[in-house]
Design a protein around this ligand. Structure first.
Ligand SMILES: [Zn+2]
Length: 286
């Protein structure tokens, strides 16, 4: 019994260590990485949410229907990591950003309070602006959740089916996901498509990965409809095509971010990504 319980822990520890080193230069390209995210998230979010004895539990797991069969390739029993105790005990390398107020290159106020940064009042989580490990909404925020319901209903009316593959993801879950990508694909590659823990927009409870989490989603009628209409419900396509230098991430047609209708419309009309619109960066300090 004891041995049985220890084994997954040991494996998980090895996996995490491998992730920290990140020295394996796996040469393989990373085709269906996003799909892998979906799977991992589906299982892990569920377990983490269950054990995370934290406050709010609006919508525990947003993951549901996503048929993620092809991705069974994910190695080790990482799914068990969050379930065991509280992995928060290990030292967090990330220091919380001190409170500060500054102005962006486009004149918007950048305000950091308690480690959380707002640009012109909009919460921003990217490579420059992180979140404390303790930032935990436990699910999509009420506003985001409501907006998504409207978006989904409108899509259905237009003949398109939307579902959430991944919504809220806590710090520890992101840590497991990111470390695995680093171990498998190298840090430089992983940084192009997976956020370091404390920098994922999914930790804000304001981001949603839609449908199959696939690159081809943007070319489907459903994906095109989302790109053309999600701003009407308060969402923006957070990582548009051709904006990797600004957002810090590869094109993700499936990832939408709730910013509210007014802001969403302004950003949509501008044709800019969020970083360009506000005149902020998305770059890790190291
Ligand atoms: Zn996403």
């Amino acid at each position: 019994m004891k041995l049985f319980r220890l084994l997954p822990l040991t494996l998980a520890a090895c996996l995490l260590l491998a992730g920290c080193g990140g020295k394996e230069e796996v040469s393989s390209p990373k085709p269906q990485v996003p799909t892998a995210t979906a799977t991992v998230t589906a299982t892990e979010t569920a377990t983490t949410t269950a054990t995370a004895a934290t406050t709010t539990t609006k919508k525990p797991t947003t993951t549901t229907e996503a048929p993620t069969t092809e991705v069974a390739t994910t190695k080790a029993p990482v799914t068990e990591v969050p379930t065991t105790k509280k992995p928060t005990a290990k030292p967090t390398t990330k220091a919380v950003a001190p409170d500060s107020v500054s102005t962006s290159s486009k004149g918007y106020e950048i305000k950091t309070v308690g480690g959380v940064t707002y640009v012109d009042g909009v919460l921003v989580a990217n490579k420059t602006y992180g979140l404390p490990a303790s930032y935990y909404t436990g699910g999509l925020t009420a506003d985001c959740d409501r907006a998504y319901d409207s978006l989904k209903a409108a899509a259905a009316k237009a003949g398109y089916s939307l579902y959430i593959s991944s919504g809220f993801r806590d710090y520890e879950t992101q840590e497991v996901i990111y470390n695995r990508y680093v171990a498998n694909d190298g840090k430089a590659n992983a940084d192009r498509y997976s956020a370091r823990p404390g920098h994922s927009e999914h930790q804000t409870g304001l981001a949603i990965d839609l449908n199959g989490v696939s690159d081809s989603f943007g070319d489907t009628p459903t994906g095109k409809w989302v790109a053309a209409h999600c701003h009407e419900y308060g969402f923006i396509l957070r990582y548009p095509k051709g904006k990797e230098a600004q957002t810090g991430y590869m094109y993700e047609p499936w990832h939408i971010r709730y910013v509210g209708k007014d802001v969403a419309k302004k950003i949509f009309d501008s044709g800019l990504c969020l970083e360009e619109y506000y005149g902020i960066t998305s770059e890790y300090q190291n």
